[in-house]
Design a protein around this ligand. Structure first.
Ligand code: SAM
Length: 486
């Protein structure tokens, strides 16, 4: 999640004649002037999808659509400006459109004044790590940019930037005009810190409040890239902290964000969000926060930032490689667990439990105990993974490992990988073979936990090992094909 996805270069000078010269078609009522005036499109959830053709390529149909989702009666809906394919991703989501769960009463949060930061959100009661503070459907979802007309080559950078902002504003105006009255009032009431940089009022609000949303563009390979931003009535009120205590997660089936508490939160505590990657150093964070007019006063930025930077850098570079440790006999049995616990300590000291590394490292400890065949400790860590994976990118299902006597342990691909000479499952056998193929010293586990199987060129792999490895690779491929077919 991140904010500020739009080009943040301020447009220094407004061009004398902002271009309006592209042809846009809005549904059946297509007209070349469609985007010059606010287009009035009927409100509500029974709207047909309206298309606009890309100005640069008239043969390319429907580059953008304005739509209202999820069209659940009596519930707030979201105005969306979508690129082709995004709506299909949503409507193809199992369970979509699911209604929102009943809101907790009284709510676990309230809006209030936060000294030096404007408005903010505060907890109204103690909240436990992993609890959902609120569910919220966005007011608006919009892409990072819109197609713009090619400008003459003698246009300056500032003119181009201004032109892009103008075009963006006109596309967004259509979506805002489609909002219900109460939703539009909520949107227009949001803070705008981009009032003097050439952004139009709608664009300024999105640039100030947009929360990055990824995974809605079918042609973008990196599913984690935020190509959209969501603007919300409540979640957008969260102020920034480099040690934030919440993490929003978008749920496609309900078409809503869930806001999670990433650690225990006391009654009355301010709820905060991180506007950037908080594992970069303090100087870099200050630089990224400048366009938001934020000078962060959190503990990490003010109290001994050098020590804090060091811990954050250690967290960022850690990469627990369970299989490598499991087959590397030069490392002690507790090596990975010790390293992981140190990183978890750093994460909790820095109060950055929202980072993906938190659940990843918790999971590494669970996996390490599975490799050691220690069900009692594994089950305790499975309970931690259950909670910490809630707001992580991937939700790892570990319910079946909560009971130390569960048969799931015996079936786990890592089961006793560290202790058995002859692993009983395919993955275990594969790792052992890889270790054998690499030869002595061919498995390295660096200090930051990164594990490597390194094969030295010219080294001879015993033919039998090679044959077994190839057979396993083939078996794996066939398994993947079968899974793909079902
Ligand atoms: C998304 S809004 C957050 C809600 C906002 N405070 C309001 O009144 O609606 C972002 C703006 O809040 C303010 N802000 C957020 N975090 C802050 C912080 N840590 N310190 C100072 N100002 C902050 C800045 O003005 C920033 O542009």
């Amino acid at each position: 999640m991140r904010r500020g996805f739009l080009n943040s270069t301020p447009a220094k000078k407004r061009p004398n004649n902002p271009s309006t010269a592209f042809t846009a078609h809005v549904g059946e009522q297509a007209s070349s002037a469609a985007l010059e005036k606010p287009v009035i499109v009927p409100k509500g959830y029974e709207i047909k999808i309206n298309y606009v053709q890309g100005p640069e390529d008239p043969s390319n149909p429907a580059t953008h659509i304005w739509t209202t989702l999820p069209r659940v009666h009596d519930e707030p809906n979201t105005e969306c400006l979508f690129l082709r394919g995004s709506e299909q991703i949503i409507t193809g989501t199992p369970g979509f459109p699911r209604g929102l769960p009943p809101a907790s009463s009284p709510p676990a949060f309230r809006r209030g004044h936060s000294p030096g930061k404007g408005l903010g959100l505060f907890s109204t009661r103690p909240i436990k790590q992993g609890d959902i503070i609120l569910w919220e459907r966005p007011l608006l979802i919009a892409p990072a940019g819109v197609p713009t007309k090619k400008l003459p080559p003698d246009c300056s950078e500032a003119q181009r930037a201004q032109h892009n902002l103008n075009e963006y504003e006109r596309y967004i105006a259509i979506a805002v005009n489609r909002m219900t009255e109460d939703r539009r009032v909520a949107f227009m009431g949001l803070h705008n810190c981009h009032q003097k940089d050439g952004s139009g009022p709608f664009t300024g609000i999105i640039r100030t409040n947009g929360v990055g949303l990824s995974g809605l563009q079918p042609w973008v390979e990196d599913a984690k890239m935020s190509n959209y931003s969501a603007t919300l009535e409540h979640i957008s009120r969260l102020n920034h902290s480099c040690s934030s205590n919440t993490q929003p997660r978008f749920d496609r089936a309900t078409f809503a964000y869930k806001l999670y508490a990433v650690r225990d939160i006391a009654e009355g505590e301010e709820l905060t969000f991180h506007y950037l990657d908080v594992l970069v150093n303090k100087t870099k964070r200050a630089e990224i926060l400048r366009p938001y007019a934020v000078v962060c006063t959190c503990t990490a930025c003010t109290e001994n930032p050098t020590a804090s930077d060091k811990r954050r850098s250690a967290i960022a570079s850690f990469m627990p490689s369970v299989p490598v440790w499991a087959v590397n006999r030069e490392l002690s049995d507790d090596w990975l667990i010790k390293k992981s616990l140190q990183i978890l300590e750093f994460i909790e000291k820095e109060k950055v439990e929202h980072v993906a590394m938190y659940s990843m490292v918790t999971c590494a400890v669970l996996d390490a105990y599975i490799c050691l065949g220690d069900r009692q400790n594994a089950s305790k860590w499975a309970a931690k993974v259950m909670i910490r994976h809630r707001w992580a990118e991937e939700y790892k299902r570990v319910e079946e490992l909560l009971d130390p006597n569960s048969p799931a342990y015996m079936q786990h691909p890592l089961w006793r990988l560290r202790v058995d000479e002859n692993p009983t499952n395919d993955m275990g056998a594969m790792y052992k073979l890889m270790a054998e193929a690499c030869g002595p010293g061919g498995i390295t586990t660096m200090d930051n936990g990164v594990g490597l199987f390194t094969y030295t060129r010219g080294q001879e792999i015993p033919p039998e090992t090679m044959r077994k490895m190839m057979a396993m690779v083939k078996k794996n491929e066939q398994q993947e094909i079968r899974e793909g077919e079902t």
